[in-house]
Design a protein. Structure first.
Length: 174
């Protein structure tokens, strides 16, 4: 893939009236606001798959719709400065890229995203365990050795063979 076609995970993308960027864990949205806008002037609602950002007075809606995917509502935050609202959405699923923030808005080609390098310590326990298993299995296959599933079956078979009351003389191992 050529350098100019790659998208960095921290690069801003365009929405109708906002910019946004993402990592596998979260989405950051920046919405321009009228000069002098304060937090108390806004109504911001997060639901697990919906968002609404509007001015209280006049009700002008800045962003509203169904999110690309679920978010962890309790972990979503926002702040405001002189010229913009910055919204942080914590993704519910941290294993996929979003191709847009709100369904129906402009999309990006997620296959062009080039994530920052990360290490196993950055992953949650379940994901880390799964990645370590996949790495082990890949290494075993490269050395023409049994993968973790085959080793597990062999171990179970060896335990069963210790029972003299059972006949395993016709059993076949993969």
């Amino acid at each position: 893939m050529s350098e100019e076609n790659k998208i960095r995970e921290f690069e801003f993308n365009k929405g109708p009236n906002y910019t946004w960027r993402q990592t596998l864990k979260d989405v950051e949205i920046v919405i321009p606001v009228k000069a002098g806008t304060r937090a108390r002037d806004l109504s911001i609602l997060f639901l697990n798959k919906k968002i609404k950002v509007a001015y209280k007075a006049g009700g002008d809606v800045l962003l509203e719709g169904e999110l690309y995917n679920k978010v962890r509502v309790d972990d979503c935050t926002w702040n405001i400065d002189d010229s913009s609202i910055v919204i942080f959405l914590e993704k519910f699923s941290t294993i996929e890229w979003w191709d847009c923030v709100v369904l129906g808005h402009p999309t990006i080609d997620v296959s062009k995203i080039e994530p920052e390098n990360s290490s196993l310590k950055d992953l949650d326990g379940e994901t880390r365990s799964m990645v370590e298993k996949m790495m082990f299995d890949q290494k075993q296959r490269m050395m023409n050795l049994p993968d973790s599933e085959t080793l597990s079956k062999q171990e179970a078979f060896e335990k069963f063979k210790k029972h003299p009351e059972m006949d395993f003389s016709q059993a076949k191992m993969p």
